[in-house]
Design a protein around this ligand. Structure first.
Ligand code: COA
Length: 346
């Protein structure tokens, strides 16, 4: 290989191929076991009233391992349903991405297990660990890999089974989370109007101690309350996370709209991480988004981490509320700290 010519060095990189990306179908899965606030409160010195007032949650679904339910089974069911709704066979997928931090096994990835169980042949498969942002990070990654021409048909899953890493005597965490999975099937299309109009992906690891699961003793800060901070269990500084979530949620929506040159009124539906009803209400008040345009289902499921955004999307789609040509914004934020958005033309 010789030295490249001056002309070759100064030449512009080739323009991206003109490929649109369509969401062909969606699916979701939640455990059968419904757990009420009263049941949680009996374990951690809280009450139905307190939980509902401060979070908007009444019930959540929690996996029953004795019934064979787990992160893997929820992911598999959600993607199977998404494939059925898309009329795409499992072996047509050439990539499966799963956003999760609560895999049944650390190795191999959940995506590999799901791809194998559904019969996806030798499709590539990997997990993305971004906590509550897991689905939106994965969606943006899958979209860009399709638009670049690397993959054609991709299954994207978001799932967390936070119950597996919850100490139910710690009321900071126990009241908030539930288990769920959601999935979509994306495919390259000649219709270049379809796909991401603008996306934002951010992280700030300096805030990791606000929401984390200590892996071993050395991860626990000196002076931490050992009754609350335990290895293998999620620990959350609720007040700090609340402040982060409210400010980030609003700045993220603004940043995404600015990038796209659009305003709030242009967006047909906001599909947002269901962290806490007060966080969702703060954003809807700040931007004047009415209930018709910001979907909320936290009362039934709690905060399902990476599962919450695709679960909302699937409910909306199946309810006939997502239509071709509409603008839909996905928004998430969580541990890391991470925050991410994806504005789509359907
Ligand atoms: N049940 C009953 N009382 C509780 C309680 C519980 N589960 N948790 C806290 N309290 C009490 C506190 O002891 C405190 O009592 P005091 O006033 O007598 O001192 C009072 O309620 C207020 O505590 P505070 O921690 O300020 O509650 P809060 O209003 O911040 O609500 C959260 C707690 C966890 C619901 C809230 O901080 C939150 O939702 N944070 C963000 C969580 C989140 O979204 N995480 C995921 C990000 S993806």
């Amino acid at each position: 290989m010789g030295t490249p010519s001056a002309a070759a060095v100064s030449a512009k990189p080739p323009a991206l191929p003109k490929i649109g990306v369509a969401i062909l179908g969606s699916g979701s899965a939640v455990p059968t076991r419904v757990v009420s606030n009263d049941q949680i409160a009996a374990l951690c010195d809280s009450s139905d009233d307190w939980i509902f007032q401060r979070t908007g949650i009444r019930n959540r679904r929690i996996c029953d391992p004795a019934d064979g339910e787990s992160n893997r089974t929820l992911c598999t069911d959600a993607l199977r349903r998404a494939l059925e709704s898309a009329s795409v066979a499992p072996n047509e997928l050439d990539l499966v991405i799963c956003g999760t931090i609560t895999q049944d096994m650390r190795c191999p990835s959940t995506a590999c297990l799901v791809a194998s169980e559904l019969g996806c042949g030798t499709a590539a498969a990997w997990d993305i660990g971004a906590a509550c942002c897991g689905f939106v990070y994965s969606l943006n990654t899958a979209h860009d890999l399709i638009r670049s021409g690397s993959f054609k048909t991709v299954g994207v899953i978001g799932c967390d089974t936070v119950s597996a890493i919850t100490d139910y005597t710690n009321r900071n965490v126990a009241i908030l989370f539930g288990d769920a999975a959601g999935a979509v099937v994306l495919r390259a299309t000649d219709d270049v109007s379809k796909g991401v109009v603008a996306q934002c992906n951010h992280a700030n690891g300096n805030g990791w101690q606000e929401l984390y699961m200590p892996g071993w003793d050395e991860h626990i800060k000196d002076g931490a309350d050992r009754a609350l901070v335990r290895t293998g269990c999620l620990h959350m500084n609720g007040r700090e996370v609340f402040k982060f979530a409210v400010t980030t949620f609003c700045s993220l929506i603004k940043e995404t709209l600015d990038k796209a040159g659009l305003s709030v009124e242009d967006v047909d539906m906001f599909v947002c991480h269901q962290s806490n009803i007060r966080i969702l209400e703060a954003a809807s008040e700040r931007f004047g988004i009415d209930k018709e345009h910001l979907y909320v289902n936290i009362e039934k499921y709690g905060n399902t981490s990476a599962g919450s955004v695709p679960l909302c999307f699937d409910e909306l789609r199946r309810g006939g509320r997502i239509k071709e040509g509409q603008l839909v914004m996905f928004v998430a934020f969580g541990a890391g700290l991470t925050w991410s958005s994806s504005l789509w033309r359907m």
